[in-house]
Design a binder for this molecule. Structure first.
Ligand code: NAP
Length: 495
């Protein structure tokens, strides 16, 4: 699709891909940045510029905090049932508009439409789930051990939240934060990734239509995220930072938030092991690997980054996976038959290329793919490498692309050692028909989430998050996600 540069007027149907608003969204108003600056948005399948969004200034950031502060009292006092109904309406509108939203995600992120459709469905579920949770926020009541008083614990919205999201799930990473924050009664400022801002703005229009009051959700894009985030965090009314992105930026933000003792939730990088034992169902393990590796063409924090296969099943698994990977259709995400879209940037392709070359230099063999294709766009082909050394750089860094590195192992203890030999601890996958072994190994693996005979575990109803350098806090799940946006107030009562 060839969209004219910066040619989206504000008075068209906001759900027309060619006509939705994509200015700063502050206090319910669409506006340019205070100095007129712009950030260009690129179609990764061609490298062409498709739009430009405002480059927010410190003045715009202050206006967003002011708008969130103005709306805070009204929103926290809105009845939970009413908040729930508005969130439910966000879910319904996302489902109604899912095709348009999916097309927009494909366009700016590059992911195949089938992945984009999956993302919209997943993203919408956060509204449905949190609409259901919003009316079930409870407190505690007890008697002090001394008998002197009663203990009442009330959970209250934490305050204004700044939410920072990455480009790999432009809709879901935003709704996974916005829905629980709103359910808890907080007002928010969302800063989406510069590569994929259009989806965030399209969704802002949808929230407004669903009845989210002006100022409850504010959205701004900036080319200077560090400067703006520091300024926002320095405002004492801002009490929460919820970040999803790389571990490096997460660490820097934790240090910044520490200056103001601001509550932080951190959903950071991953390096998921995918372990296949000899007794696994081979077809199920290959199906699972295709999902765990190729959802979003490998651009997922939960992506299988290291595949460990026991000797007895190794060759059959490697051949089967290579056949399936080689058959995938590569192309622009917006094309109906594409199965593997482009990477987000040329820089991402260069990183994958470096990691593959390093693995091959250390003895890995490419069973399919393995080199950057000629032509426009930021493509890398589905690649399977066997005999990958545990010392290869890709065993320690996120590949974030369609490369499946296979390493052979012999014993259960070896598999556990490899799996835990990383600073990350987000997700892990295990395939075995022996459930006792599956549960035993799952207990030993240092990760926040385990897929046991499953290649996909993301679910708004379950707590998503990591251990070690993969982060702090959880999103989704019963109470977990909302609890990140609330704080306990204890009242000692004598009567
Ligand atoms: P990133 O470079 O860390 O950026 C994430 C967000 O932080 C973007 O909005 C970015 O803005 C912003 N940012 C960059 N520097 C900042 C600063 N100094 N202060 C404040 N904000 C700043 O990550 P990414 O490349 O977008 O995303 C990929 C990473 O996210 C991977 O490591 C992946 O594993 C991780 N991830 C984790 C999860 C999870 O749930 N654990 C989910 C998805 C992705 P700009 O775009 O303007 O730079």
């Amino acid at each position: 699709m060839n969209l004219p540069y910066n040619a989206f007027p504000l008075d068209q149907d906001p759900y027309d891909v060619r006509g939705f608003p994509h200015r700063l969204y502050i206090g319910g108003q669409w506006r340019p940045s205070s100095d007129g600056g712009l950030i260009e948005v690129t179609d990764p399948s061609s490298g062409a510029v498709i739009a430009a969004v405002p480059d927010a200034t410190l003045e715009d950031a202050a206006a967003a905090v002011e708008a969130a502060a103005k709306a805070a009292k009204g929103w926290r006092q809105t009845a939970p049932r009413k908040r729930s109904e508005i969130l439910r309406r966000c879910f319904e509108l996302m489902v109604e508009r899912s095709e348009t939203l999916a097309m927009l995600i494909s366009l700016e992120n590059g992911k195949a439409l089938r992945d984009a459709r999956g993302e919209v469905a997943y993203a919408a579920e956060f509204f449905r789930w949190n609409a259901e949770e919003a009316v079930r926020i409870t407190g505690e009541f007890g008697t002090a051990p001394s008998g002197a008083n009663r203990i009442v614990v009330d959970y209250q919205p934490i305050g204004i939240c700044i939410l920072i999201t990455p480009w790999n799930f432009p809709a879901a990473m935003a709704t996974r934060k916005i829905a629980p924050a709103l359910a808890a009664g907080c007002t928010v400022i969302l800063k989406p990734a510069s590569e994929t801002p259009l989806t965030a703005y399209a969704l802002a229009a949808l929230y407004s239509e669903a009845g989210v009051p002006d100022g409850v959700v504010n959205v701004l894009t900036t080319s200077t995220p560090g400067t703006l985030t520091s300024a926002i965090l320095a405002d004492p009314r801002v009490r929460k930072l919820s970040f999803t992105g790389s571990t490096g930026i997460g660490r820097a933000l934790l240090a910044e938030a520490a200056k103001h003792v601001t509550s932080c939730s951190m959903e950071l990088g991953g390096n998921a092991p995918f372990i296949v034992f000899d007794d696994a169902d081979l077809d199920a393990a290959i199906d699972g690997a295709m999902i765990a590796k190729m959802r979003n063409a490998g651009e997922a924090c939960t992506a299988a980054n290291r595949i460990y296969v026991q000797s007895g099943i190794h060759d059959a698994f490697a051949d089967g996976l290579a056949q399936r990977m080689a058959a995938l259709k590569i192309g622009a995400g917006t094309k109906a038959d594409t199965e593997c879209g482009p990477m987000i940037t040329k820089k991402a392709v260069d990183k994958i290329d470096r990691l593959v070359k390093d693995a091959v230099n250390r003895g890995a063999k490419a069973l399919c793919g393995g080199s950057v294709p000629e032509g426009d766009g930021f493509f890398y082909p589905p690649t399977v490498l066997s005999e990958v050394s545990p010392d290869a750089d890709m065993a320690h860094e996120e590949i974030f692309g369609p490369v499946a590195p296979i390493t052979r192992f012999e014993s259960e203890a070896q598999a556990i050692f490899h799996a835990n030999n990383t600073e990350y601890g987000l997700a892990a996958y295990l395939y075995t028909r022996d459930v006792a072994r599956g549960m035993r190994v799952a207990a030993e693996i240092e990760a926040g989430m385990i897929g046991l005979n499953r290649g996909l575990m993301s679910d708004p109803a379950a707590p998503f998050g990591g251990v070690k350098q993969s982060g702090l806090g959880r999103e989704g799940g019963q109470h977990h996600g909302i609890a990140e946006f609330m704080e306990a107030k204890y009242i000692a009562v004598t009567f």
